[in-house]
Design a protein around this ligand. Structure first.
Ligand code: PEP
Length: 253
């Protein structure tokens, strides 16, 4: 039985005061919600303050990135131990915005996945194809290549701590959500890839989130799909009303 996870990616939005206010509103707006895990991933500058605002609640803290070294002379970077120190449970890795704008390679992302796990953080590993790749019919090949490279030398025990987020690049921040059927098809394919890599039992236990223009008006259909185990939400996680409604989804077929 997979507990759904709804995670908010606040990207490069929210100063400390705004982030704290949003976290406090979420804590009160989500009281009594059960049967699902909730996490928010603010920018680094707001992690401590948001962690304080979430203290005692069931909403968990996540980061949006890390540098794959325990410590050292890496000016401007943040280590996994620092994220644990500030209270992070999750860390988003391999987000397409970083692959695209910061040229992050699968090899580099793989190092991050290893370091995150070594320090007890749970990676939310993002994979997904571009529009051109989908138009060429290459989406399964692209996602499979990313998954195999990003998870290189991750064993079954470590894999139990990893969450996968399927985020088609053409759906991120564009308002063009994948249809529930398109998302389900890819999620099923990802689960089959995981069966090949880790066996049936591990693959069935791994949560695969959908991300890409998830909103309060499409979450119910997405969550009705058997292989969609939650959502990674960008834009709609920046307002309490929309994010709380997404967390309180009611699957509709
Ligand atoms: C994201 O940033 O991971 C994301 C899915 O963004 P949006 O929901 O805005 O498309």
């Amino acid at each position: 039985m997979r507990t759904p996870l709804i995670a908010g990616n606040w990207k490069m939005y929210k100063r400390i005061s705004e982030a704290t206010a949003l976290a406090r509103s979420l804590v009160s707006g989500l009281q009594g919600v059960d049967g699902r895990e909730v996490a928010v991933c603010p920018p680094f500058t707001a992690l401590y303050a948001v962690g304080e605002a979430l203290r005692g609640s069931s909403v968990q803290l996540g980061a949006q990135n890390l540098y794959p070294e325990a410590e050292g002379a890496y000016t401007g970077e943040i280590s996994p131990a620092m994220l644990v120190d500030v209270g992070c449970v999750y860390v988003i890795l391999g987000h397409s915005e970083r692959r695209q704008h910061l040229n992050e390679s699968d090899e580099f992302i793989n190092r991050k996945v290893h370091l995150a796990l070594t320090h007890g953080l749970r990676p939310i590993l993002c994979v997904g194809e571009t529009l051109v790749e989908r138009e060429r019919g290459e989406e399964i090949k692209v996602v499979s290549t990313q998954l195999r490279a990003d998870l290189r030398d991750i064993d079954e025990e470590q894999m139990a701590k990893v969450v996968i987020a399927y985020e088609p690049v053409w759906a991120i921040g564009t308002g063009h959500t994948a249809t529930p059927q398109q998302a389900q098809t890819m999620h099923r394919n990802i689960r089959e890839m995981l069966v090949h890599m880790y066996g049936e039992e591990v693959a069935e236990s791994i949560r695969i989130l959908y991300g890409g223009s998830v909103r309060s008006d499409n979450i119910d259909q997405l969550m009705a799909q058997p292989d969609i185990d939650g959502a990674l939400v960008g834009g709609a996680s920046l307002e309490v009303e929309s994010f709380a409604r997404i967390v309180k989804y009611h699957p509709i077929l």
